[in-house]
Design a protein around this ligand. Structure first.
Ligand SMILES: [Zn+2]
Length: 201
């Protein structure tokens, strides 16, 4: 978990009256992003937004939310797409803007940052625990990749994938794709339950 930016600690949702937001672990910078009401920082608001395809985890826990900063009289949120062409990115952008506007940040923008490329290694420990609790097997270590364009590999992998329900190590793949392209459908021979696994990229 020492990818660029490392693990994005989930933001403390406690109401704060200062612009400090140490809870964001230095990846999301919250400098002076205090709301008009002076209560909840823009970084905290952004950190509560969940992923439309994996609603049990926040964008911060997934590592998609990279930075929240003050820009003149507004705030700018930086996100890194999970992979190019991910159909959820437009929904994510709209959800962030809606949440920020609701919190009083009328002048908010969302910027997309493509490099460094997102990797499943950026999913925080909290995010992985929430995936597992929802019956979705979290990704293992992402494959090492060279600099430059990152090919999206959504095929099978070699390492065994454990059942998120009973922990059985040897599970079988039923389909290359689950509910979304970033997941595959598997089945556990021990408890006989099907489950989805987030693929390593
Ligand atoms: Zn099982």
């Amino acid at each position: 978990m020492s990818a660029p930016g490392g693990e994005l600690r989930s933001a403390s949702l406690a109401m704060v009256s200062t612009a400090e937001s140490q809870g964001l672990g230095g990846v999301v910078s919250a400098a002076e992003s205090q709301g008009p009401a002076g209560v909840v920082s823009a970084a905290e608001v952004a950190a509560t937004v969940t992923d439309p395809e994996l609603p049990m985890v926040t964008l911060a826990e997934l590592g998609i939310l990279r930075e929240v900063r003050q820009t003149g009289d507004g705030v700018e949120v930086t996100i890194t797409p999970t992979y190019s062409g991910c159909p959820a990115m437009e929904a994510i952008r709209a959800d962030l803007l809606r949440a920020l506007r609701r919190a009083g940040y009328e002048n908010a923008g969302v910027r997309t940052q493509l490099a460094p490329a997102w990797t499943t290694d950026w999913i925080s420990a909290e995010g992985r625990a929430k995936l597992a609790a929802a019956g979705i097997s979290p990704p293992g270590p992402a494959p090492r990749r060279a600099a430059g364009p990152v090919p999206l590999r959504l095929g099978a992998r070699e390492e065994p994938i454990a059942c998120p329900r009973c922990g059985e190590r040897q599970t079988e793949r039923l389909a290359a794709f689950g509910a979304t392209a970033c997941r595959e459908l598997r089945r556990c021979p021990a408890c006989r339950e099907p489950f989805e696994h987030v693929k390593e990229i």
